[in-house]
Design a protein around this ligand. Structure first.
Ligand code: ZN
Ligand code: ZN
Length: 427
């Protein structure tokens, strides 16, 4: 029987022990460092001190949740798996739609491939929006969300009576407890020998509201630390990475969000609205859960078919303060490894402390009870890759979508002098 499985052009070893890959949503590396410095994360501190391996890795653009989660579970960039945002303008139907349906997926996940080869696979997500994409093709496995844990059933999710089984109450969708449920479920599934290969994906509710080192953030990472230690104690190989980082996107003096309303700007630059044949601005951050970020992120794409209009917009937007760059479709597809047919004619990325909106009146910012923190741009590509064993990196430019490869293939290999945990940690 083969001991490796080939998925999307890469070979993965079958798990020798329970192997857990965690996508810690919005985990800017500073959160880990601040929690360690505050003394609330002793297990992570030990890993950083040499018991494990810590690398700075890079996520994929746009630095949003869906594209990066799908990259992690397929081991590929969005150009291969096809999920280029949480939200898409479907040119075939002329509709703006959520990208939650597996019909948009262009590559199988390694979770699906392993499950089809007989490995016991479990996927636990905090929000239900990711469940169908992540669980697509998984056979005889477990796949459910903490958000709808009360509705989990054997036929669809591979588990029933989940609240009793995990001994946890149903958590609110906007809470730290939603993520804690994911970790508690992971530990319980390993203890009960229900899973050999696990993918745990949390929500960035806490990171959108609280900066690294704040009491709220530290208490969240203290919770993470306890579950990482529990998984380690159970003999698991654990690899933790993130879908994207997180940065303050507000005026430091007033606390007001810094927003460039691109649809309003495009209408002004072209002298006509979308309804009158103008440009269409799409924000791929859009999802059904916008309370904590008001659908404001640092990445937008624009559909504008006329070449002269495109040129005018490109110049006008690039000259706007807060805009980092404006790229054409093919340039953006190449640089950011995106599927060219799933993005607009222009791609706009804002600077670190700025966000991009559509029209001012379309954003409800009443849910922003604290100054805006968000993501989406190149300034949120830096993510941690933390493994609870000493291991070496297969190549220099590590990506978050190397997490399964690292956990399955690189652990138990003697570190080489070139890239060890220590040298990279202190680099
Ligand atoms: Zn996210
Ligand atoms: Zn977010």
């Amino acid at each position: 029987m083969s001991t490796t499985i080939s998925v999307n052009g890469r070979d993965y070893r079958k798990p020798q022990r329970p192997t857990v890959v965690i996508c810690m949503d919005g985990c800017e590396p500073a959160y880990l460092q601040a929690a360690v410095a505050a003394g609330v994360a002793p297990h992570i501190a030990a890993l950083l001190a040499g018991q494990g391996s810590y690398f700075r890795a890079e996520g994929v653009m746009p630095s949003f949740t869906n594209p990066n989660n799908l990259s992690i579970v397929t081991g590929t960039p969005p150009a291969v798996h096809g999920i280029c945002g949480n939200f898409l303008y479907d040119q075939a139907t002329g509709q703006e739609v959520l990208m939650n349906d597996p019909k948009w997926l262009r590559a199988p996940s390694l979770l699906a491939a392993f499950s089809q080869a007989g490995t016991k696979v479990a996927i636990v997500t905090s929000k239900d929006k990711l469940r169908r994409l992540l669980g697509h093709g998984v056979k005889n496995g477990i796949c459910f969300s903490a958000e709808h844990a009360d509705k989990a059933n054997l036929a669809e999710h591979g588990i029933e009576n989940a609240l009793e089984f995990f001994g946890m109450p149903l958590a609110n969708v906007y809470s730290a407890e939603l993520s804690e449920f994911v970790f508690a479920a992971g530990v319980k599934l390993v203890e009960a020998k229900r899973a050999e290969l696990l993918y745990l994906s949390t929500t960035d509710y806490v990171q959108h509201k609280h900066a690294p080192g704040t009491p709220e953030a530290n208490s969240f990472y203290a919770m993470l630390d306890r579950y990482l230690a529990a998984l380690d104690k159970l003999g698991c190989i654990v690899a933790l990475t993130a879908d994207h980082g997180m940065n303050a996107k507000h005026d430091p003096l007033t606390g007001q969000p810094q927003v460039i309303y691109l649809q309003d700007l495009a209408d002004e630059l072209l002298g006509r609205t979308l309804e009158a044949g103008g440009a269409r601005v799409i924000l791929p951050i859009t999802d059904p859960y916008v309370v904590h970020h008001g659908a404001l992120g640092s990445f937008a794409t624009i559909y504008v078919s006329d070449a002269k209009d495109r040129e005018r917009l490109s110049r006008g937007i690039a000259a706007t303060p807060g805009v980092m760059e404006v790229l054409g479709r093919s340039e953006a597809a190449e640089r950011f490894e995106l599927a060219a047919d799933r993005i607009g004619d222009l791609v706009v990325v804002s600077e670190q402390s700025w966000t991009l909106g559509t029209s001012e009146h379309r954003h409800d910012l009443s849910g922003l009870t604290v100054p805006l923190r968000s993501h989406g741009g190149t300034t949120e590509l830096g993510v941690p890759l933390l493994i609870n064993k000493v291991c070496k990196a297969p190549h220099l430019r590590l990506r978050n979508f190397d997490a399964f490869f690292m956990a399955l293939n690189q652990v138990d290999v003697a570190p080489t002098a070139s890239i060890t945990a220590k040298t990279v940690t202190h680099a």
